[in-house]
Design a protein around this ligand. Sequence first.
Ligand SMILES: Cc1cc2nc3c(=O)[nH]c(=O)nc-3n(C[C@H](O)[C@H](O)[C@H](O)COP(=O)(O)O)c2cc1C
Length: 440
Amino acid sequence: MASIAPGPVLTPRVPIPRNGVDYRGTVVLAPMVRSGELPSRLLALKYGADLVWGPETIDRAIIGTTRRMNPHTHTLEWSRLPTSKLKNPALDPEQRESVLYRIHPELEKGRLIYQMGTASPDLAVQAAKMVAADVAGIDVNSGCPKPFSTAGGMGAALLKTPDLLCDILRRLVEEVGTPYEIGISVKIRILDTPAETEALVRRLVQTGITGLTVHCRTTPMRPRERAIRLQLKMVGDVCRAAGVACVMNGDVTSRAEALQLMREFKVDGAMIATEAEKNPSCFRPDAEGGPHEWRSQWRTVVTEYMRLALQVENRWGNTKYLLGQMIPGREKVYQAMNKSRCYADVVAALELEGVDGMLEHAKSVDQHLGIPQPLESKASKKARIREANKQAGPATEKKEKRKDMGAEQLEAKRVKITEPSVEPAILQQTETAAPAALSV
Ligand SMILES: Cc1cc2nc3c(=O)[nH]c(=O)nc-3n(C[C@H](O)[C@H](O)[C@H](O)COP(=O)(O)O)c2cc1C
């Protein structure tokens, strides 16, 4: 009797839904509160990022927002009236709305992953449904170590409540991933021992998720500590055996390095955060010249960033913050940039007046955004905020105090933010807010 030759061992694969994306073979932009806003994502895509994660948005923050197309910038926005509506009474009510989340449906089509902070399956599902038709995937943040996140049971706290985390993922798969035909994924950190990480990953890959990102640091590790790659291959193996794509994260600095690490550790993709914040050209393939060298070529990258920030009329405080990340601090222009109060100022500071009518564009964006706002004395600002808080009630009062403190403390200083050291729900309602957790 003829023996039957063993066939090739088939690796299982969780099917990628029709409107979703496969994380395999990708080098992607990490979720970053503040540093992952729209122009930063568009620039990463322009330089070759395969996918981009949006900044973590807390479930409750997006629920109840209004989704609207902005015909002026061709962006899709989820916004609401801030609790304190008096921020800029000179503007008409529509412009006073806070935009919590903004995407470019055409340029980000099929490449944007929405990341949420959540500790509740019900809220997670509700929040995900707000954006599911407009994104290629929904990711759950299970790695943020900051107390504001973990105190609510979100972020890294979910690593300690695997039943809850699995429940959230399963509900998202069933009630959002399946009907909207997009993938659900999770981003975790490694645990103290390989055995603990393995046990967790084994459970997560059974929930129906299509991808898992592993940040190769433990929860207590600081961002400057070297990522630990000892557990990575094991995590990749467990994911592969279950047919789930595994994306590595931690100290990856370029596409070439990412591809080499993916081969070495047999993982499917790689995610870049800090390096992309400073130099989004890190995604550029070697075949196209590779990343621009930061110290000598930052101007090229910053010019591209300015084009995009103006195109989508990015919040001025966010643009200024990102410029502070991308311009080397020793450059003279850094000081001038830091003193700018509007787009026209910064275009002049960067000597970009002659580039493609940028100054004219900047002036019209300034006018549209109502900046610079007239200078206000500290006393009158305090009085205005006190008045606004009185009207909004005690809970808001506390929140507004934090926001205001942040706004005063934070110009576009070079800062190292821990993961994500700014409270997303609050942050996304204000352009310069930086609560106390920010380490300058
Ligand atoms: C400014 C900043 C904001 C971040 N915000 C988030 C976030 O919203 N969600 C998240 O999962 N991780 C967040 N992180 C963590 C990064 O996604 C990433 O896991 C971490 O920085 C490690 O990658 P790296 O070594 O390439 O920096 C943030 C990191 C930075 C620097």
